[in-house]
Design a protein around this ligand. Structure first.
Ligand SMILES: CC(C)(COP(=O)(O)OP(=O)(O)OC[C@H]1O[C@@H](n2cnc3c(N)ncnc32)[C@H](O)[C@@H]1OP(=O)(O)O)[C@@H](O)C(=O)NCCC(=O)NCCS
Length: 204
């Protein structure tokens, strides 16, 4: 298999490394109020700031085939994390994407570029069929990410993921491989994203 890394312009994604712990821990601690409302939490306990342990667990999940933990970089500087998790193989062949960037990197199109790169890698190298992104209805910036890339609105999931200390409702968006035969990045940069694909119906 080719190395799991990819880039477009100044944005690149690569597998997380144990030595990213220091910079990621610093970013998480200095971006607390920025990240807190959207942060996945443990329903059974406190949030851990042990980045070394967290990277160890992510890399173990990667070796087990359950996930792919990327860091997003902008011009070679670590901007945030993009985590492919919950990989299901076989007749489902699906996974979910989560992400964050530090506040100072926001608004530069880093996340949509990285999501497009990661989704294309998952479709081609990992042979996955479907990629999903779940977003709280209140998270306008993240809804813009799926809108830019044309992830298709699939439905409303009440009390779906434990975020910032409680079970939160989410909207689910997804793409299958057949919808983007030349890739998510290609479709986006060539202006081929269908208008309204990510539109949430009023009933939701
Ligand atoms: C959601 C998030 C990952 C988007 O990443 P990004 O790299 O900034 O993505 P983009 O550059 O495409 O910006 C997306 C939208 O964010 C908003 N935005 C831009 N700059 C911003 C800033 N400084 N502060 C807040 N929002 C901003 C804009 O609405 C933008 O849409 P636009 O390009 O149409 O104006 C980022 O805001 C983030 O990390 N937020 C905190 C964690 C989080 O919400 N994770 C996702 C959970 S589902």
């Amino acid at each position: 298999m080719d190395a799991l890394e990819s880039s477009h312009g100044a944005v690149s994604i690569r597998l997380i490394r144990p030595k990213d712990a220091r910079v990621l821990q610093h970013e998480l601690l200095t971006n607390r109020s920025w990240l807190l409302p959207w942060e996945a939490t443990n329903p059974d306990g406190a949030v851990s700031f042990d980045m070394r342990g967290s990277i160890r667990r992510l890399l173990q999940q990667y070796r087990d085939g359950a996930g792919v933990p990327f860091v997003m970089e902008h011009a070679g500087e670590v901007a945030g994390q993009l985590n492919v998790w919950g990989i299901a193989r076989g007749s489902l062949s699906s996974a979910t994407v989560g992400y964050w960037v530090s506040e100072r990197f926001a608004g530069r199109g880093i996340t949509p570029t990285a999501v497009a790169l990661a989704t294309d890698l998952c479709f081609t190298q990992l042979r996955l069929h479907r990629m999903e992104i779940c977003i709280r209805p209140e998270n306008g910036p993240s809804l813009r990410v799926v809108e830019k890339l044309g992830f298709r609105y699939e439905g409303y999931r009440p009390r779906y993921i434990h975020i910032n200390g409680a079970w939160r409702d989410h909207y689910a968006f997804a793409l299958t491989r057949e919808e983007v035969p030349r890739g998510v990045l290609h479709r986006w940069v060539t202006g081929g994203v269908p208008v309204g694909a990510s539109r949430v119906p009023d009933s939701a």
